[in-house]
Design a protein around this ligand. Structure first.
Ligand code: SF4
Ligand code: SF4
Length: 388
C-alpha cells in the first residue's frame, strides 16, 4: 500500500473513533509545494476584502503572511491532518422561514449540550475531538515518525486556511460559495486541523496536489444569485466586507447603510448561500440520535452538537429585551458572544426595521434612546424604515 494511503487509513481510524465524519492528510514539502490557492491570499488581503478581520493579516518576523505559507509559522510541519464533522440537523433552512417577527441565527451557532442544555462553542467541541486524535497519534508515534512526533491542533484560530487544506485532504471541493462541499454531507462541516511532523514521500505528495476532489458545482450559480449583498463577487470569490456573516459578527460599530436592508432578518451570521445549494438539499440531517446515520458515522455520535430550540429563528422581541446580563448568561460559551452585546442589539434593531412590523416600534423607540449610540442610531434607522 502506498505510504500516504497507509498513513491516511490509520489517521482516519483515529478520527472516526474521535467522532469525526471525514479526515485526510495533506503533505507540506518544499519540493511539492503547498496548495496553489494560498498564492492568492496576499492578493485578497491587498484588495481589502478581509475588512476589519485584522487577525487574517498576521505576519511573521520576516513580514510574510502567516496564512500564506505554513513554513512561515511552523517550519517543522511536514503535513496537515484535516478532520471534518457534519453539524447538519433536521431543522429548517433560513430560506424556508417566512415569519417576520423572527430573526435568524446561523446554523453553526445553535449548539448546546443535550444533557445540560448549556451553549457550546464548536471551537471547543471540535478541539476536544482533535486532542483525542492527537493523543492516538502520539501513542502510536513510532508508526508515523522516526523522530519524536510534533503536533499542533487548530480550530479556526491558527495560521491555516482550513478550507484549502480540506480540499486536498479529499474532504470536498472548494465551491462557488467558497465553502467546502462534501458529496454526502453538503457544506455543513466544522473543520479542525492538526499540523504534524509526519513526512510523506515526495512523489506521493505531488499527486495529492494534482488530484483534488472534482468540482461538482457545474453550471450552477444559485448561491451567487441568492446572496443578498453581492458578497460572492464572482464564482469562488468572496468580498468579506459585503458578507452578512462579517457585517453581523465581525464588524464593530455601524453597519454601512447600503447593506442594512439586504441583511433582512439575519441577526447573527447568514446561511443563505448554503441553504440554496442543491448539495445541501441532498444532504441528510445528522440528528445524531434518531436519523439514519451517515455511512462513516461512529457509534459515539456528538451529543454536543444538538441544536438549542430557543436559537432556531428566535423572536426578535425576545432578543431585543435581553439585558446585558441575560445576554451573557444565555450565550455563555456560545460563538454568538463574538458579536458582543452591542453588535447583537444593533443587528436586532436592523432586523426589526426590515420586518416593517409596527409592533416593534415600542422596542425600537426605547432602543433609540439607548446610551450606546451605535444601537440608538440603528434603532432610529429601523423606526424610519417602518414608518416610511
Ligand atoms: S453568507 Fe450570506 S451574505 Fe455571505 S456570501 Fe453567503 S449568502 Fe452572501
Ligand atoms: S449553489 Fe451551486 S454553485 Fe453554489 S456552491 Fe452550491 S452547487 Fe456550487
Amino acid at each position: 500500500m502506498p505510504q500516504i494511503q497507509a498513513i491516511t487509513k490509520r489517521v482516519r481510524q483515529f478520527a472516526l473513533e474521535a467522532g469525526f465524519e471525514s479526515c485526510g492528510v495533506v503533505p507540506i514539502r518544499a519540493d511539492s509545494g503547498e496548495p496553489p490557492e494560498l498564492g492568492h491570499f496576499a492578493e485578497w488581503i491587498a484588495a481589502g476584502r478581509a475588512g476589519e478581520m485584522g487577525y487574517l493579516e498576521a505576519r511573521n518576523e520576516a513580514g510574510e503572511f502567516k496564512r500564506a505559507a505554513l513554513r512561515n509559522v511552523a517550519p517543522w510541519a511536514k503535513s496537515v491532518i484535516v478532520c471534518a464533522i457534519d453539524y447538519n440537523s433536521d431543522k429548517p433552512y433560513s430560506t424556508e422561514m417566512r415569519d417576520p417577527s423572527r430573526g435568524w441565527i446561523s446554523r453553526y451557532a445553535w449548539f448546546g449540550n443535550k444533557q445540560s442544555g448549556k451553549a457550546i462553542d464548536y471551537h471547543d467541541a471540535v478541539l476536544a475531538r482533535l486532542r483525542r486524535v492527537e493523543e492516538q497519534l502520539q501513542k502510536h508515534s513510532a508508526e508515523f515518525s522516526g523522530d519524536a512526533l510534533q503536533t499542533r491542533c487548530y480550530v479556526d484560530t491558527g495560521p491555516i486556511v482550513e478550507r484549502v487544506f480540506a480540499k486536498y485532504a479529499g474532504i470536498g471541493w472548494l465551491a462557488k460559495n467558497t465553502c467546502v462541499i462534501n458529496q454526502q454531507y453538503g457544506s455543513w462541516l466544522f473543520l479542525g486541523t492538526i499540523l504534524t511532523s509526519i513526512e510523506l514521500l515526495a512523489e506521493e505528495a505531488q499527486k495529492v496536489f494534482a488530484n483534488p476532489p472534482a468540482d461538482r458545482c457545474g453550471s450552477c450559480t444559485r448561491c451567487i444569485e441568492a446572496c443578498p449583498t453581492g458578497a460572492l463577487i464572482a464564482p469562488y470569490q468572496m468580498d468579506a466586507r459585503r458578507c452578512i456573516s462579517y457585517l453581523t459578527i465581525e464588524k464593530r460599530g455601524e453597519i454601512p447603510e447600503e447593506f442594512r436592508v439586504q441583511i433582512g432578518n439575519n441577526i447573527f451570521g447568514c446561511d443563505i448561500c448554503q441553504d440554496v445549494c442543491p448539495w445541501n438539499g441532498h444532504a441528510k440531517p445528522n440528528t445524531g440520535i434518531t436519523g439514519k446515520p451517515p455511512r462513516e458515522m461512529p457509534v459515539t455520535r456528538a451529543e454536543e452538537f444538538q441544536p438549542r430550540e430557543e436559537l432556531l429563528a428566535p423572536k426578535l422581541a425576545e432578543m431585543a429585551k435581553l439585558s446585558r446580563e441575560e445576554f451573557n448568561r444565555m450565550f455563555r460559551g456560545s460563538p454568538i458572544k463574538r458579536a458582543k452585546y452591542q453588535g447583537f442589539r444593533r443587528n436586532t434593531a436592523v432586523a426589526m426595521g426590515n420586518s416593517g412590523d409596527a409592533a416593534f416600534m415600542p422596542f425600537l423607540q426605547e432602543m433609540a434612546n439607548d446610551e450606546d449610540e451605535v444601537v440608538a442610531e440603528h434603532a432610529r434607522w429601523a423606526l424610519q424604515k417602518i414608518t416610511s
